[in-house]
Design a protein around this ligand. Structure first.
Ligand code: C5P
Length: 222
């Protein structure tokens, strides 16, 4: 497999990370979860008492505390500030604040640069909101993954139950709809389908079907 770049964007809980991980493992590519990076900065802001509106201090956090990923038998682990934060960054307090933190252009500049560094040798599957539009505009394959709010809320509810995170369905649905709104209406790098991205609506599709569909798209580009 040629070392191409695959950009997968889409709204919250559209299944991006699940399919991106499978594709990366099948192709022998690196997987980068850019949402985890914005979540890590949000976690650091909470830990160090930095206000979510303080753009300068939030940007300082990104330069002072590099975010690193490590592969383990339990999947990809996330580290920052000498802590393993893989699960902590999925907690509701981080999820509720991440869209506010990620809307700051100085925070994005730092993280986009780090993301481009990770992708510079190719052979990458990167998921997020602005990968096809801003981070890797020359990616060989761009996918825009969507699904109805209800379907995404159902998936997230099930995932949370499996991880022991207790939130009721309606709160999850509301949080997803709010994040969709904030991520698509911010001034800097809003969530939007790149002109040359393929739209894949995963409503009613299994993970296997979505993976197969994207592999077809990848083959059609090669
Ligand atoms: O992908 P995930 O839902 O974990 O992303 C968390 C949040 O990080 C998003 O709701 C969005 O605010 C932000 N994000 C972003 N740009 C990216 C990836 C995530 O703004 N490339």
């Amino acid at each position: 497999m040629e070392k191409i770049s695959i950009a997968i964007d889409g709204p919250a809980s559209s299944g991006k990370s699940t399919v991106a991980k499978i594709l990366a493992s099948e192709f022998g590519f690196i997987y980068v979860d850019t949402g985890a990076m914005y979540r890590a900065i949000t976690f650091l802001a909470i830990k160090h008492g930095v206000s979510f509106s303080d753009e300068e201090s939030l940007a300082d956090l990104t330069t002072h505390y590099p975010i690193t990923f490590k592969q383990s038998s339990h999947g990809q682990l996330v580290f920052a500030d000498n802590e393993e934060i893989t699960q902590t960054i999925r907690q509701p307090d981080v999820t509720a604040a991440v869209s506010e933190v990620s809307a700051h252009s100085k925070v994005r500049e730092e993280l986009v640069e780090a993301q481009r560094q990770l992708a510079k040798s190719g052979g990458i599957v990167m998921d997020g909101r602005d990968i096809g539009t801003v981070v890797l505009p020359k990616a060989e394959v761009k996918i825009f993954l969507v699904a109805s709010v209800d379907e995404r809320a159902k998936r997230r509810y099930k995932e949370n139950q499996e991880k022991g995170i207790k939130i009721d369905f309606e709160s999850i649905r509301e949080a997803i709809a709010k994040r969709d709104y904030l991520d698509s209406h911010r001034e800097v790098s809003p969530l939007v389908q790149a002109m040359d991205a393929e739209l894949v609506d995963t409503t009613g599709m299994s993970i296997e079907q979505v993976v197969a569909k994207i592999k077809d798209i990848v083959s059609s580009k090669g």
